[in-house]
Every structure is written in C-alpha cells, then in structure tokens.
Design a binder for this molecule. Sequence first.
Ligand code: ZN
Length: 143
Amino acid sequence: MDCPYCSKYGTRVLESRMINTSIRRRRECHHCNNRFTTYEQAVFNFTVIKRDGRHQPFNLEKIRNSLEKACGKKEESFFQELATKVERKILAKKKNPIKTGEIGKVILQELKKHDKMAYLHFAAVHKKIEDPKQLEKELKLLA
Ligand SMILES: [Zn+2]
C-alpha cells in the first residue's frame, strides 16, 4: 500500500474493524507518519455473455430484478437470500465469462426449491415455453 501523502510504500495498521461486509483499516505511513483509512471489500469481477453475444459485468441487482419479476410480491429478505444463494452457486462454478443461460439455470434450480409458481413463471420466460404441452411437461416434473 502506497502512502497517499508521500507515495512511498509501507504502512502500519493501527486498527482494523469489520463494517458490514468490508474491513476498515486505520493506517500510518512509516515514512511521513501521516494517517489514512482504507476499506477492503470482496468484489466479484466476472463477465456475463448475453444471448446476443454482448459482454456485461455481472450484476446481482439484475438477478434480483428478474427474481422479483418472477415471484411477484414477497418479503425483501426472500429476494436478498435467494439472490445471495444464486450468486454463491454461480461463483462456485468458477466460470468466467459465464453465459446468461447458465445463470438462468441456477435461478431455476433455486426457484424450484422455494417457489414453484415463480419457477414456472421464470421458466416460461427463460426457456421460452409457448407450447402448452411443454408447460404441462414442466408441471409434471414439479409434481
Ligand atoms: Zn507517507
């Protein structure tokens, strides 16, 4: 870590504190003794390949939005938990970039466990189910 005052390398950590999901550190420069604060936070930098081939940075908000669209009105915490589960599963795949189709599959797996109506709703959009017979097949898989 370079000192923002003198640009030299080398600081001493005076204090570390967990704040929500980040760590705040008070630092003191070895050279000029000025003090400053740094924040450390995990950032998931991975790329999503959209259906049309465009690349986009992964965005958990988008997953939340599509979950909300599929599930309708539910507790805020329901979406938060579901989105976090989906994110963890996607991270566990260790694929970068990842196709939207694969993300969709993970969402479907989770919805199947938590909300069968939302699963069907999402599946209809995601798998482009227009044929009533295919929808019937999906319903049987749920039974
Ligand atoms: Zn310094």
